[in-house]
Design a protein around this ligand. Structure first.
Ligand SMILES: Nc1ncnc2c1ncn2[C@@H]1O[C@H](COP(=O)(O)OP(=O)(O)OP(=O)(O)O)[C@@H](O)[C@H]1O
Length: 211
């Protein structure tokens, strides 16, 4: 699925009466990968949550294609076409990886058991499909959350610290998957403190320079 253009205009964010950034402008097209960088507390998560539609901005607009995501039509399409994975793994501890993914995907489009097992295998979780998630390591829980990147067909990915707790080979494999998504017409916005060794053409947005 081809991503539409994403246009951010005059975006301003304040939290607890502290201005994090103001007048932010940028535009992304299909094929773009944007890495949001900046020291702790500069507002990377806040920006990603605003872009995902999970938090209001103080001012400004986000357009997806020709519609503002703040209009009913624009919001409906944006919610359908963007996948947000937050910095917490957000897997339910009492459920297995398979159950977590079946539930998460069903919120959008149900997927088959075979597809879930294949995605878990891609993430190195073969043999853990039916183990309750509270028995998994931090990196394994993160991998369960990231398995959605192999299961769902959203053109736009918004990923907050996706590589936290992931080992070196896992990061390399996920970077290649991000690149393949962009090359297939997707668009990816992510924040990470890792340097992205396998993503040479990544654009950077440094929040320290926006305010
Ligand atoms: N729920 C909240 N209520 C009020 N202020 C918040 C809340 N969450 C975060 N903040 C504040 O907003 C600012 C930006 O936080 P944010 O999580 O967006 O930064 P970040 O750049 O993602 O940081 P990090 O690199 O540590 O993840 C911080 O000063 C933080 O204290």
């Amino acid at each position: 699925m081809q991503a539409q253009s994403i246009t951010v205009h005059n975006l301003t964010c304040e939290r607890d009466e502290r201005l994090l950034f103001s007048g932010m402008d940028f535009a992304l097209q299909s094929g773009d990968i944007l890495q949001v960088i900046g020291p702790n507390g500069t507002g990377k998560t806040s920006l990603l949550r605003i872009l995902a539609g999970l938090m209001p901005a103080l001012e400004g607009d986000v357009r997806y294609g020709d519609a503002s995501v703040y209009t009913p039509t624009g919001r409906e399409r944006w919610q359908r076409e963007r996948l947000f994975i937050g910095h917490e793994p957000a897997v339910k501890a009492s459920l297995t990886p398979e159950e977590n993914l079946a539930w998460l995907c069903a919120l959008n489009t149900p997927v088959s058991r075979e597809a879930i097992w294949q995605a878990l295998e891609n993430l190195g979780l073969r043999g853990f499909e039916d183990v309750p998630c509270h028995q998994l390591s931090a990196g394994q829980k993160r991998r369960v959350a990231l398995a959605r990147l192999y299961l769902q067909a959203h053109p736009v990915w918004i990923l907050d610290e996706p590589f936290t707790a992931i080992d070196r080979d896992g990061v390399a494999s996920l970077e290649r998957h991000v690149l393949a998504h962009a090359e297939a017409g997707g668009c990816v916005i992510l924040t990470t403190h890792h340097s992205l060794e396998h993503l040479p053409q990544v654009r950077q947005l440094d929040l320290q320079r926006v305010t």
